[in-house]
Design a protein around this ligand. Structure first.
Ligand code: G
Ligand code: G
Ligand code: MN
Ligand code: NA
Length: 253
């Protein structure tokens, strides 16, 4: 109850920031995009990790105003980077199923992108498999997001309920392989086999594949050899404040 009140107050008072984690092209080893991750910096309680407050924000629907702030802030940053002359990279924004179910969501997205003057092509929305599985209305909203011009990625892929035959029908542009499959890729043949299968399927369906949680050069090499074109993880960079990843834009070329 207490934390809920603090959360509500913090959205009003603006005690949140976004950090950005680079996504790298695994063959050229340059920046291919960034993922925005929200941070709660409470003046008294300190920094509270998202695992602690995102579920609470979802239960209480505080994720609706918070999610609006997150998308707006990511768009503001995209515009800012463009103004600075950085070569444009797509910013991925996580969106909860609760947001996707909001009847206002389409109007909200349109309004934010219009007001912040950001082309939809510059934003990728990351959704978990449950968003695709749950209901027809949500699938229609996902389709609208893509028709609008934004990209859609399926986050934490492999941990949900999707059957393999099902992903070819998903209205998405990319799948993000969950880090649990990447963690033991150098010692576990099964993990390698699963990743290989996901890559093959994604290729057939025309989806891009991003591996998450890469922590070593060895993992990056194996993933690349398995056909995975993009990766993200502490090996390249942890999530950092916007100023700390700007140098990567100039290295793009
Ligand atoms: O860095 P990390 O601790 O940022 O994030 C932990 C989890 O919190 C992520 O797996 C993700 O599911 C969730 N998360 C982080 N940032 C956001 C965000 O901006 N929106 C939503 N809906 N979830 C987020
Ligand atoms: O669920 P989602 O994929 O949106 O959130 C990504 C989460 O994974 C964030 O909490 C982020 O900080 C974390 N993360 C990113 N890279 C790594 C990594 O290389 N290793 C580990 N253990 N966590 C990572
Ligand atoms: Mn994500
Ligand atoms: Na993930």
């Amino acid at each position: 109850i207490l934390l809920e009140n603090e959360l509500r107050k913090s959205v009003k008072l603006g005690y949140f920031t976004l950090e950005y984690q680079p996504k790298m092209n695994l063959s050229r080893r340059n920046l291919s995009g960034v993922e925005a991750l929200v941070r709660w910096n409470h003046p008294d309680l300190g920094r509270i990790p998202p695992d602690k407050f995102i579920p609470l924000a979802e239960e209480t629907k505080i994720i609706l105003p918070l999610g609006e702030w997150i998308l707006r802030e990511a768009c503001r940053q995209a515009a800012e980077w463009k103004r600075q002359g950085c070569s444009p990279v797509r910013i991925a924004v996580n969106m909860s199923t609760v947001q996707l179910e909001d009847p206002e969501i389409i109007e909200t997205i349109k309004r934010i992108l219009f007001e912040e003057k950001v082309e939809p092509e510059l934003i990728e929305i990351e959704l978990t498999e449950t968003s695709f599985a749950d209901r027809d209305e949500m699938r229609e909203t996902i389709q609208w997001i893509r028709d609008f011009g934004m990209h859609v990625a399926i986050d934490d892929f492999g941990t949900g309920y999707s059957t393999f035959s099902y992903i070819k029908e998903l209205p998405a542009d990319a799948v993000k392989i969950d880090m649990s499959f990447v963690k033991d890729i150098d010692v576990n043949e099964n993990s390698r086999a699963i990743i290989k299968a996901i890559v093959a399927l994604a290729d057939t369906a025309g989806l891009n594949v991003i591996a998450e949680g890469i922590e070593t050069e060895e993992q990056a090499k194996i993933l690349h050899s398995l056909g995975c074109r993009e990766g993200q993880g502490y090996y390249f960079s942890k999530p950092v404040p916007p100023a700390d990843c700007e140098f990567l834009f100039s290295e793009r070329a």
